[in-house]
Design a protein around this ligand. Structure first.
Ligand SMILES: *Cc1c(COP(=O)(O)O)cnc(C)c1O
Length: 355
């Protein structure tokens, strides 16, 4: 799960907690995803992780970036001038509707009317929120996202020369396997639109990090379904999650009412993912400490004064004060979704492994 190169780099860090990003691993992973997709276009959903160094590596492989705010738009276009961006997100302001884009994902008939009133040119995909069963998803995007078939019908007569309809956009759920996503794609492509963005949401398993999304099957399936049409996907998590590590050290080991705890520097204000998703963050221990190791199920917690500050529960492992703990799968929805300022502990360092 954690390569010797990452383990060596983690053990050598002069400052922890730190985020460590394996850029060559990201490069290789995204290159293989790109190859598997064939004719299908690949955009990266920037909200998963906007780290500039990651974006530069991704830019070597993807066809564009999906951004969901003026902030992400400025960040990406400032870093990578001229790169195609698809601008989406609910509740766009008038200023956001005026931003330059390759595609604009319109979320409602009223948003389209405001776009027309802004008097700008735009190439639009209508975000459809279809009534399709999404079983086994980690998170379904029902509710306020996009519009139903009535909303789409309301939009159609409004298009003209300056605001052009290019096709549909849909992002239905997160945590879906290739077969499930292909089933949804088949249903979504039952329409006359020439261009369809099928969104992201490819499954990532924190329980079994070695089991990866089947990009080969998904790419081949989409190539088959998409014949003659322009298909695009915009994954986030499944592209960057594996290249990121959160590295920290054990400051205290103790037993309270029969349960063993390891208290680590930092906490879920740096790596919120296990708290938001309720999973055990996968990790490895590097024996940099001294003294007697605890060899029993241990709960790994951080420095926050809240019982929710838990990285992993009751894990059979061996830990001592001073040991280095390397959490894997911290490259997406990790630092950038975390509540950094709670308790005012220092921010982590950021280090990038290069080729
Ligand atoms: C979050 C999001 C994505 C990326 O989802 P992942 O689960 O990270 O692949 C893609 N498209 C839209 C519209 C999103 O909101």
């Amino acid at each position: 799960m954690i390569t010797p190169r990452v383990q060596e780099a983690a053990a050598r860090l002069s400052e922890v907690p730190a985020y460590l990003y394996d850029l060559p691993a990201l490069d290789e992973h995204v290159a293989s995803v790109r190859r598997a997709l064939g004719p299908t276009e690949l955009y990266y959903a920037v909200k998963a992780n906007p780290d500039p160094e990651l974006l530069r590596v991704l830019a070597g492989h993807v066809d564009g970036f999906e951004v969901s705010s003026a902030g992400e738009h400025a960040h990406v276009t400032g870093l990578l001038p001229g790169v195609p961006v698809a601008l989406g997100g609910p509740g766009k302001t008038d200023a956001e509707l005026r931003l330059p884009h390759h595609r604009l994902h319109v979320e409602s008939p009223n948003e389209l009317r405001r776009l027309l009133a802004a008097g700008v040119e735009a190439d639009v995909l209508l975000r459809l929120n279809p009534d399709l069963p999404v079983e086994g998803a980690a998170l379904t995007m029902s509710g306020p996202f996009g519009m139903d078939e009535d909303g789409v019908a309301e939009c159609l007569p409004l298009f003209g020369d300056r605001v052009r309809l290019c096709g549909l956009h849909a992002h239905l759920a997160s945590g879906l396997e290739a077969g499930q996503l292909l089933g949804l794609a088949r249903a979504l492509l039952d329409n006359p639109y020439e261009e369809v963005n099928l969104g992201g949401g490819m499954a990532v398993s924190y329980e079994r990090p070695e089991s990866r999304f089947d990009w080969a099957a998904y790419g081949a399936g989409l190539a088959e379904l998409g014949r003659g049409r322009r298909l695009r996907i915009e994954p986030g998590r499944a592209l960057t999650v594996y290249c990121g590590y959160y590295v920290t050290k054990v400051v205290d080991v103790k037993r309270v009412r029969g349960r063993a705890y390891a208290v680590l520097l930092g906490g879920t204000h740096h790596l919120r993912t296990p708290a938001t998703k309720g999973h055990d963050q996968p990790f490895a221990v590097l024996p940099t400490g001294k003294g007697q190791a605890v060899g029993e199920p241990v709960t790994l917690v951080g420095q926050l004064c809240t019982p929710k500050d838990i990285f992993a529960r009751n894990i059979e492992t061996s830990l001592r004060v001073g040991d280095t703990v390397v959490f894997a799968m911290a490259g997406a929805y990790a630092w950038n979704i975390s509540h950094h300022d709670f308790l005012m502990h220092p921010k982590p360092a950021f280090r990038h492994l290069r080729a």
